[in-house]
Design a protein around this ligand. Structure first.
Ligand code: FDA
Length: 308
């Protein structure tokens, strides 16, 4: 499970100052983040698409604390979507967004602010000819996020939802969302969650992932299998085959910079492979969650300090 210390550090202002101020950090961050400017994300997208992969782009940022900041994030997505359309990338690249970046946690009417911003972004995505997937954050936000996704889907039925197999509630959420055309990205979950709501051991989370995937694969929706786990990738193909699915009726997704040869292997074998490309200046929380997922990344990060 994600290392709780590092997940805690992802939300600590002091750790943020210490870690993001270092030049060495920057070099390691480049492994997971396409860059700070939209141009960097577009260049990475262009390259991945030319290699036969598809893309979902995330403008980094979360826990927005002001309406102005939420507006800036919304405008960044609107501009990105215009660029995707103008460069002919919209059929291969969509966007992923976090509702907390759009103001979901603002006091009072945060959910309404985030819904209205997400609606604007979906309208721009439709105009560009692409889709939107709404990321899932920690368990306290799941009800609100699924409510927003439901509202968006009334006008934009292609809006994707994300479900986390670590949460005990997710098997029921999978049953509820396994409806015709429903795009559901299944992940293990990147947040440190309490045992009252979440499976805590790796084996329980993996077993829950298989049960959830089985529900999604046997339903009429469009499963998006977001994992780097080799055993789950094999299971996904087996479940798809057993359910009589063709390879265009589901897709694999992985994060930018992680298991890159496997991304190419899957694409070359005719499977649909989408890469989650994160860009932006606010990379700290995203980067810390990538470290928390894998002890080897922390070692790699610490070694780069020693060798710098
Ligand atoms: P697991 O962590 O068990 O890793 C399996 C193998 O993959 C490892 O042994 C290693 O080889 C490789 N690997 C995994 N993580 C690595 C890393 N950081 N660096 C290097 N190698 C690594 N979560 C969430 O809560 N909400 C969300 O909206 C999303 N969205 C999302 C989109 C996409 C496209 C992906 C792929 C993932 C997410 N996640 C997410 C993150 C997800 O919840 C999870 O934390 C990571 O995918 C790691 O879990 P795995 O399923 O890869 O398995």
């Amino acid at each position: 499970m994600p290392n709780p210390l590092l997940i805690g550090a992802a939300r600590s202002p002091l750790a943020r100052r210490l870690i993001s101020g270092s030049k060495t950090t920057r070099r390691v961050v480049d492994r997971f983040v396409a860059g700070e400017r939209p141009e960097d994300a577009l260049a990475a997208t262009q390259r991945l698409v030319s290699e036969g992969l598809t893309v979902t782009i995330d403008h980094l940022g979360e826990d927005t604390r002001s309406a102005e900041q939420a507006r800036q994030v919304t405008d960044a997505y609107l501009s990105l979507l215009r660029d995707l359309g103008a460069r002919g990338l919209a059929s291969d690249a969509e966007v992923s967004l976090k509702l907390s970046a759009l103001g979901q946690a603002l006091p009072g009417d945060g959910e309404r602010v985030a819904l209205s911003a997400a609606r604007e972004i979906c309208t721009a995505a439709a105009a560009a000819g692409t889709t939107v997937t709404v990321d899932m954050e920690d368990h306290t936000t799941v009800d609100s996020t699924l409510t927003v996704v439901r509202d968006l889907r009334a006008d934009f039925p292609w809006v994707g939802a994300v479900l986390q197999s670590c949460l005990r509630r997710t098997e029921q959420d999978c049953r509820d969302l396994a409806t015709p055309g429903s795009r559901v990205r299944l992940v293990k979950g990147a947040y440190a969650e309490p045992a009252s709501v979440a499976h805590r051991s790796r084996s329980e989370v993996d077993a829950a992932y298989v049960r959830c995937l089985s529900t999604l694969m046997s339903g009429p929706g469009y499963p998006m299998v977001a994992t780097h786990d080799p055993a789950l990738i094999t299971t996904a193909d087996e479940l798809a085959l057993a359910g009589g699915r063709v390879t265009t009726s589901y897709e694999f997704q992985m994060l930018y910079g992680i298991r890159v040869p496997e991304q190419h292997r899957l694409a070359a074998s005719g499977r649909q492979m989408r890469v989650y490309v994160a860009y932006g200046e606010d990379w700290y929380g995203y980067f810390m969650r990538r470290l928390a997922e894998r002890p080897a990344n922390v070692t790699f990060f610490l070694r780069s300090f020693v060798s710098s």
